[in-house]
Design a protein around this ligand. Structure first.
Ligand SMILES: NC(=O)c1ccc[n+]([C@@H]2O[C@H](COP(=O)([O-])OP(=O)(O)OC[C@H]3O[C@@H](n4cnc5c(N)ncnc54)[C@H](OP(=O)(O)O)[C@@H]3O)[C@@H](O)[C@H]2O)c1
Length: 220
């Protein structure tokens, strides 16, 4: 696949590394310092290129939005029309900028900022360092990468991509159902925690039934 990255920092940079490692192409964009971005891309090798956010969105099979919350609006402005384009939102609501209404998830809020996109959310619940360290684990120790969104076909594509990077994709539901995968870290939420498949499926069951999720698992 050709993976677009808007914001190649901790999260976007890690997704780019993992994507190239397993054979995807990446196109990186959105930096205040184009020379640094070019240097980062060249360190990733032949399968990496740089472009503008608009070029990224136009040419990628899916685009990973990995920018600080306060510049999501600017990044979307630079990305231009998103008609039918598949976007994976990795952002968490920290710092400045417009935010969700009371009771609205950050995913629902961001989806409403790009209504023409095929919106999904993933890669947001664990630190970039942890994600980098655990990508590619096998068997029962494979780590879950949560995702949500209202477009079932888009989620299937994102799940395939997540799996190709060496995580276990688990679909939590629609953008209105994913509060447990959003910040802050707290009891009864998966945000900030490691999950493996069996425990994650119990979480999905609880969320679908409107019950509190089971206690956070601990792994040796
Ligand atoms: N870090 C984590 O562990 C983590 C975990 C889960 C989710 N997230 C979420 O993922 C998103 C990205 O976080 P991150 O830690 O990857 O951020 P980051 O390391 O600061 O990367 C942000 C990227 O955006 C680019 N950028 C372009 N214009 C910018 C501007 N005006 N201000 C700031 N950055 C600008 C930066 O490029 P230049 O610096 O080259 O300009 C950089 O590549 C956030 O919404 C965060 O909440 C982060």
């Amino acid at each position: 696949m050709r993976i677009g990255i808007i914001g190649a920092g901790h999260i976007g940079g890690n997704v780019a590394h993992q994507a190239v490692r397993v054979g995807h192409e990446v196109i990186l964009s959105f930096s205040r310092d184009p020379a640094t971005l070019r240097a980062f891309a060249s360190g990733l090798g032949d399968r990496a290129a740089v472009g503008t956010p608009r070029e990224v969105v136009a040419s990628a099979d899916l685009t990973v939005l990995a920018v600080p919350w306060g510049v999501v609006g600017l990044a979307l402005e630079q990305a231009g029309p998103l008609d039918g384009r598949l976007v994976v939102d990795t952002t968490n609501q920290f710092g400045s900028g417009p935010g969700p209404a009371p009771g609205q998830t950050a995913a629902a809020f961001n989806a409403s900022r790009m209504p023409e996109a095929r919106y999904t959310k993933s890669f947001n619940t664990m630190t970039s360092g942890f994600q980098a360290a655990v990508a590619g684990r096998s068997g029962h120790s494979r780590v879950v990468q949560w995702l949500c969104g209202d477009d079932e076909e888009a989620k299937k594509v994102v799940a395939g991509f997540v799996e190709s990077l060496g995580y276990a994709p688990v679909d939590l539901g629609g953008v209105a159902d994913c509060a447990v995968m959003e910040s802050p870290r707290r009891p009864n939420a998966v945000y900030g925690e490691e999950y493996r498949l069996a425990d994650a499926l119990a979480v999905v069951d609880a969320v679908r039934a409107g019950r509190p999720i089971p206690p956070t698992p601990a792994y040796r």
